[in-house]
Design a protein around this ligand. Structure first.
Ligand SMILES: *Cc1c(COP(=O)(O)O)cnc(C)c1O
Length: 368
């Protein structure tokens, strides 16, 4: 049994798949995969307990996991996850984008949820193992990728309220097409006035399932009102724009300047957000991390000072926001479609991710 408690030896056991998906079935499954519905043949599983640390690293067939009904995740929600993608480079090889950032954020989330940290090399190696094993599942569709979902949960059977002493880390893969339904060039968003996503001192900066559970009612409200996504305001003043349920926001002005809300502890520190900040600064653009209020947003959209708004995240990359609605009515941004800056920044980022543009910051990690 491999132990990673002290030194991260990268020794994975491999359990052969007894009946891998045949090529024709796989081809049909990934022809139009959508998002989050199709899964590959393998997963990586690694266990942690208080005495042993990380052990039992295994690349194995993907399948149901046995859980004791008292497993603490089912009662107190000690669960965190990451979302990342393997990209196909223009030369045909595969690559990860800034996987070290996902590993570090995973450990930031782990500390907030009182869970054990996983060595960065072990996290990346786990991802590499399963992506390499299921490389044939890469969807050959426009904008296609292998979406990677690393996650960890408490599986100790114990109903007392304290950090668990036993956890499981898994990595599964989902071939993905475009995140949003095709034909939606810009999204319409609903400003939630009844609900907030995160409060100061809470878990807003951690990527934990609980944040998403709390966002489902406001998200459903947005859909019921005819919009695509919900945007949250800060929990204290109910005034400052924070982010969408799963994406960060940027605002573009007619003088070419850009702002995005600062990482105050209630916003998820997106890796796409950070990459776009870096790329915009590389270009010499005036980009600032600054609070921006809903009232100002409405006023600036009306006066034309604000020309674009876009949301960003790994799943959907960069998505223009065309329309905003809330209890005080609605407003349109720019022409209601994708703006120039949005398209330019999206293009810059995507071409680095696909190996088309120079990787000046060492963000692309080639797989074999
Ligand atoms: C994951 C996530 C993001 C985007 O982060 P990326 O690293 O860019 O994918 C933004 N907001 C929330 C709430 C998230 O969970």
């Amino acid at each position: 049994m491999a132990t990673f408690a002290d030194s991260p030896a990268l020794d994975f056991a491999r359990i052969e798949h007894p009946a891998p998906t045949d090529a024709a079935t796989r081809a049909a499954a990934i022809a139009d995969p959508g998002f989050g519905k199709v899964f590959t043949d393998h997963m990586v599983s690694i266990d942690w307990d208080e005495g042993t640390g990380w052990h039992n690293a295994t690349l194995c067939p993907r399948g149901p996991i046995a859980l004791d009904p008292a497993a603490s995740v089912l009662h107190y929600a000690q669960e965190i996850f990451e979302g990342m993608k393997a990209y196909r480079l223009d030369d045909g090889s595969m690559a990860l984008f800034r996987p070290d950032q996902n590993a570090q954020r995973f450990n930031d989330s782990a500390r907030r949820l009182a869970m054990p940290e996983i060595p960065e090399e072990l996290f990346i190696e786990a991802v590499r193992q399963v992506v390499t094993a299921d490389a044939d599942w890469f969807p050959q569709v426009e904008g296609g990728s292998l979406y990677i979902r690393p996650f960890m949960f408490a599986n100790e059977p114990f109903l007392g309220v304290r950090p668990a002493k036993q956890y499981k880390f898994l990595v599964i893969l989902s071939p993905a097409g475009n995140y949003f339904k095709s034909g939606a060039p810009a999204v319409s968003i609903w400003v939630s006035s009844d609900y907030t996503r995160a409060a100061p001192g809470g878990t807003g900066a951690a990527k934990c399932g609980g944040n998403y559970a709390a966002s489902l009612v406001p998200q459903a409200e947005a859909i019921a009102k005819g919009h695509d996504q919900v945007v949250f305001l800060d929990a204290v003043e109910r005034k400052w724009i924070e982010e969408l349920g799963g994406m960060n926001l940027f605002f573009v002005f007619d003088d070419g300047s850009i702002i995005t809300p600062p990482l105050s502890g209630t916003i998820l520190p997106g890796i796409t957000r950070n990459s776009l900040l870096t790329l915009a600064r590389d270009e010499g653009l005036n980009i600032r991390e600054e609070r921006y209020s809903l009232d100002q947003w409405r006023e600036d959209a009306g006066s034309g000072r604000l020309t674009e708004t876009f949301a960003c995240g790994t799943a959907a990359v960069v998505t223009p926001v065309g329309k905003v609605a809330g209890k005080d009515g609605e407003f349109t941004i720019g022409g209601g479609g994708p703006g120039q800056m949005t398209s330019k920044l999206r293009e810059r980022l995507v071409s680095i991710q696909r190996g088309g543009a120079a990787d000046r910051h060492g963000w692309v990690m080639r797989l074999g």
